[in-house]
Write a protein that binds this ligand. Structure first.
Ligand code: PHB
Length: 399
């Protein structure tokens, strides 16, 4: 085997999704070197469709970091259309909390970050294999090493001071924390989403969240010509189980109301079944390893919090790393986990709540069905209740 020439950097980042790239970008702005390794090719990530809603502070974070395409190509949403019982109820974020969200697909966030890293000479290794992280202990004298085989087949070793696991929900960094030192909390759900991309014009300018006769329906968008829509399905469903007719009739019935809303239909370009899960691993720091984004937590997709939460982790983490690595304030990194987890758990609660509020709960009693409807009615008719939704949906201020 060929000798490996060790390289050094301050922060080794495992995972080049939005969390890892944003962290690398913010560290670079602060003058801290990092190396990002990512098992996927850049082009593969660019083709991955994920939720497209940014909280107010996620937009602010992008813009403050010099990535302001969102202001030109994104769409500001000042509210959502909440539909149940055949009626539409607008939740007006601008009026209730003076904030908006932005429709700006995760693919675009990724592109902006990947382009910025490339433009600024950032060190991102795409398409690597056999990533192995070693030397992660609680002994400050130990230095972690991120070893991998690069896209040209050469074995590499990056020696660093801190390893950030931003390798997503299927990543392995979180397994580096010994079992006795970590706690994992899960929740499974008895439903999933059947998601489509359809070649069709936008029906409405804002998102529709509906509790229809068959359960949850969401109408979102990707571009002026491509719409993203979801209907509730069984987690065991396969894409073949849903004919085009069944998809469109479930969607149309889900949003139907006394205002006569009908969705524009068109050819279905893509179909996927999205499983639901809530997951948190605590703490988010152990020795020289820190976790960020989906590597530490998963939320069900209702409310589109996954990317926003990852960016919120990174905001706190970048600041903690700056203070630790530039200011010799070792306590700053210690505080990361507790600070990030506070928001993680609030977000877990919101995503769970919005999920259980709007889905048909298989096997629910008549009591539970009526209780769910009463909750929706309270939400739509009480300014205090709508304000709670607006506050959570647009994102708690990050200060
Ligand atoms: C999406 O655009 O894919 C999306 C939007 C809002 C959600 C979830 C997903 O709550």
């Amino acid at each position: 085997m060929n000798a490996v020439t060790p390289e050094t950097t301050r922060v080794g980042i495992v995972g080049g999704g939005p969390a890892g790239l944003m962290l690398s970008h913010l560290l670079a702005l602060a003058g801290i070197d990092s190396v990002v390794v990512e098992v996927r090719e850049r082009a593969v990530i660019e083709r991955t469709h994920r939720a497209g809603i940014l909280e107010r502070d996620s937009v602010r974070m992008l813009v403050d970091a010099g990535l302001d395409r969102v202001l030109r190509d994104g769409h500001e949403h000042r509210g959502i259309d909440l539909r149940f019982g055949g009626a539409s109820h607008r939740v007006d974020f601008a009026d209730l909390v003076g904030a908006s969200t932005w429709l700006y697909p995760q693919t675009d966030v990724f592109l902006d970050l990947a382009d910025a890293r490339e433009r600024d000479g950032g060190d991102v290794r795409w398409g690597v294999t056999d990533v192995e992280v070693s030397g992660v202990t609680r002994d400050p004298a130990d230095r972690p090493v991120v070893a991998f085989t690069d896209a040209e087949g050469r074995r590499r070793e990056v020696h660093c001071e801190v390893v950030v696991g931003s390798d997503g929900s299927r990543g392995t960094c979180r397994d580096l924390v010994p079992e006795a030192s970590r706690r994992r909390s899960f929740r499974e759900y008895p439903f999933a989403w059947f998601g489509i991309l359809a070649q069709a014009p936008r029906t409405l300018d804002e998102l529709v969240y509906a509790r229809g006769p068959e359960g949850f329906v969401l109408v979102s968008s990707r571009t002026d010509e491509v719409q993203r829509m979801y209907v509730q399905c069984d987690p065991a469903d396969r894409v073949e189980d849903w004919s085009d007719d069944r998809i469109w009739s479930t969607l149309q019935a889900g949003v139907a109301g006394d205002d006569g809303l009908a969705l524009a239909e068109g050819p279905i370009l893509e179909r996927t079944v999205l499983p639901f899960r809530s997951f948190v691993q605590e703490p988010m720091r152990w020795g020289a390893l820190v976790l960020a984004g989906d590597a530490a937590h998963t939320v069900p997709p209702t409310g589109a919090k996954g990317l926003n939460l990852a960016l919120a982790d990174v905001r706190v983490l970048a600041e903690a790393l700056e203070r630790t690595l530039l200011g010799d304030d070792a306590d700053a990194l210690d505080a990361y986990s507790a600070r990030a987890l506070e928001r993680v758990w609030r977000t877990q609660h919101f995503s769970y709540w919005m999920t259980t509020l709007l889905h048909r709960l298989p096997g629910a009693s008549a009591f539970d069905e009526r209780r769910q409807l009463a909750e929706l009615e309270t939400l739509a008719s009480s300014r205090a209740a709508s304000t709670h939704l607006a506050e959570c949906y647009t994102g708690w201020p990050t200060g």
